[in-house]
Design a protein around this ligand. Structure first.
Ligand code: COA
Length: 565
């Protein structure tokens, strides 16, 4: 079937649908919802059988929904309507929430219902529920709706009919008044819920050190107390604010009045103000190590998967300490939502010299990648619980094996960031693990990839299926088995020999030099594309057109191939 995804942005949910619907054998193209004319033009060019809207910020015009079946993915249970579905679900402590696929008509979110899938709500951020439960439920609901579309006997259910029994209802857009924290009244659980319900967007408006800020990345601070509302300590990137019954870590802030009005670590935004605060060593932990049965697990749940220079350096230190231990296997766990998204574009944008900071950040990533590649004392595994993008994918490939959850999406390309060449020793790693042919394909395509394709191409070695919450258990049992494997020593000896041979054929330093020579041009050369793309990414500048890599209906060569087929 020919399916057009009409979407505000190519976000994680849209990427998953794009990958899965193609796997299901559909011909899928994408158009960003910029205005009525471009949407109509896309339809005229692509002639879709079905239009699916996974993420829209405005209604589909009548001229389109009256002529074509348009299915909207709504992140709410049956009957729920309004733009703040998940926010209200978290705020109201709903135990069960869902995704509903409904047909576009004259009233927003009020069309006939085609499918609905429910899930239990975890106690995490809105963004995490969206990237995990909502995305998986949306995929199942859209697949069900597509099956129904093919079935001539199917009739969708009018919302009015469903409302007789449905729990969902029309809810207003949540305002900052609804989200406001009263530090003298709200307990820690309430504050955490308010911040979680607004994370990653829009954040909770608040005041800190006399400035209006938005709060993100909150965690309970155990064993700390103070005057409610007061900032009482710091730990790494985070500040600690006392509540009526404890305290809370706040890892990231946005100050809309600041020169850099995008998310930054709290102690970076308030570097001066927080300098004198009591530093707590193991408070806010964005890196931690665990050990069990001869296996070391290194977790690095960096906010949004972005890795700054300092974070790469700290991770390298933790990695070096881990390989000194009396273990055989190291598992690089990343975080629950992202494994890594490469260099930290926000920190770079906020630096005095973004070019210098980009240079430092990529070198710090490379040092980490090099340490992983050169480890011959341990079997190293990258275990992807969440998505990885750009340098993060290649950093994972530096390990001996990459294990990924079945729902993971990889974006193994740099070019969308202003034609960035990329480093992390990808020119060594890709041909080695994927072969020259696949390496070329991986770097040319600027598209997201599911784990099945990634395994075919050699980017992933093993796929872990089932409930994501059991990923840790599955990884643990596989890693334990490896650690007790009789032939592990033999493998490590072979690995050492292979590394020596590779080094003789072409030293790692040569790969690094060649990659960095290209990166220098990106950072310091005449072409400002990378700096412009980074600015647009960090400031979330709306796209004015859909890239030809996504809008295949606008890509003449691609359409000609399709017609010929
Ligand atoms: N640096 C800083 N922030 C980053 C980041 C990075 N490298 N990668 C992602 N983020 C942030 C996004 O700005 C977004 O922030 P928000 O919470 O304020 O909305 C959040 O992470 C989620 O990213 P989003 O783009 O919504 O996720 P996605 O799953 O839809 O898309 C990617 C994933 C990887 C395609 C996309 O995030 C991306 O292109 N990232 C940049 C990768 C890159 O070029 N890295 C530098 C080269 S190594």
């Amino acid at each position: 079937m020919r399916i057009l995804l009409l979407t505000h942005a190519f976000n994680s949910l849209t990427q998953r649908l794009f990958v899965v619907l193609q796997q299901d054998g559909h011909d899928v193209s994408i158009e960003f919802d910029i205005n009525d004319e471009t949407a109509q033009e896309a339809i005229d060019l692509f002639q879709p059988d079905l239009i699916v809207a996974p993420y829209l910020k405005r209604a589909i015009p009548e001229a389109i929904w009256a002529k074509h079946t348009c299915l909207i993915v709504h992140p709410g249970i049956i009957g729920d309507r309004g733009p703040s579905s998940l926010d209200w679900a978290i705020m109201n402590q709903e135990k069960i929430w869902g995704v509903t696929v409904l047909q576009a008509n004259a009233e927003m979110d009020a069309g006939d219902i085609w499918a609905s899938v429910e899930f239990p709500v975890r106690d995490v951020t809105k963004a995490s529920i969206y990237r995990n439960e909502v995305t998986t439920a949306a995929v199942h609901a859209v697949q069900e709706a597509i099956d129904s579309f093919k079935n001539s006997n199917f009739t969708s259910k009018p919302l009015k009919q469903c409302l007789l029994t449905a729990k969902g209802k029309l809810r207003s857009a949540m305002t900052q008044d609804d989200r406001r924290i009263d530090w003298l009244v709200d307990d820690t659980t309430t504050i955490l819920r308010k911040i979680n319900g607004a994370d990653g967007f829009p954040g909770v408006k608040d005041e800190l050190f006399g400035r209006e800020v938005f709060l993100y990345d909150a965690h309970v601070a155990k064993g700390i107390q103070g005057m409610p509302g007061e900032v009482i300590a710091r730990s790494g990137l985070a500040i600690c604010r006392a509540t009526v019954d404890g305290a809370i870590w706040i890892g990231h802030l946005k100050d809309k009045g600041h020169d850099h009005n995008f998310k930054l670590p709290s102690t970076v935004l308030f570097a001066q103000e927080t300098r004198q605060l009591l530093e707590i060593e193991h408070g806010y932990q964005d890196i931690y190590y665990e050990e069990d049965c001869g296996v070391g697990y290194l977790h690095f749940p960096f906010y949004n998967g972005a890795m700054s220079t300092a974070q790469c350096q700290r991770l390298l230190e933790a990695y070096r300490a881990a390989i000194q231990k009396d273990t055989k296997v190291i598992v690089l766990m990343g975080g629950p939502d992202f494994w890594s998204n490469g260099i930290h574009l926000n920190m770079i944008e906020a630096a005095k010299s973004p070019a210098d900071e980009s240079w430092k950040n990529i070198n710090a990533m490379n040092d980490l990648s090099q340490a992983i590649i050169c480890t011959t004392s341990h079997f190293v595994i990258s275990a992807m619980q969440g998505n990885a993008g750009a340098g993060g994918v290649f950093l994972a490939r530096a390990a001996d094996e990459v294990w990924a959850h079945e729902n993971v999406i990889l974006n193994p390309h740099y070019k969308d960031m202003g034609n960035l060449y990329g480093s992390e020793y990808w020119t060594y790693l890709l041909p080695k693990y994927c072969g020259e042919g696949h390496a070329a394909r991986i770097t040319q395509a600027r598209l997201p990839m599911g784990v099945i394709e990634a395994k075919d191409l050699g980017l992933v070695d093993d796929i872990i299926c089932g409930d994501k919450s059991h990923m840790l258990e599955e990884v643990t049992s596989k890693a334990r088995r490896l650690a007790s494997f009789k032939n592990l020593e033999l493998f490590l000896r072979k690995k050492k020999k292979q590394r020596k041979q590779d080094e003789m054929t072409k030293p790692l330093a040569a790969y690094r030099d060649e990659e960095l020579r290209q990166m220098k041009k990106n950072f310091y050369g005449f072409d400002p594309s990378y700096h412009v793309a980074r600015y647009n990414f960090v400031y979330k500048v709306c796209k004015s057109r859909t890239p030809l890599t996504l809008a295949k209906h606008r890509n003449v060569r691609c359409m000609e191939t399709r017609r010929a087929a």
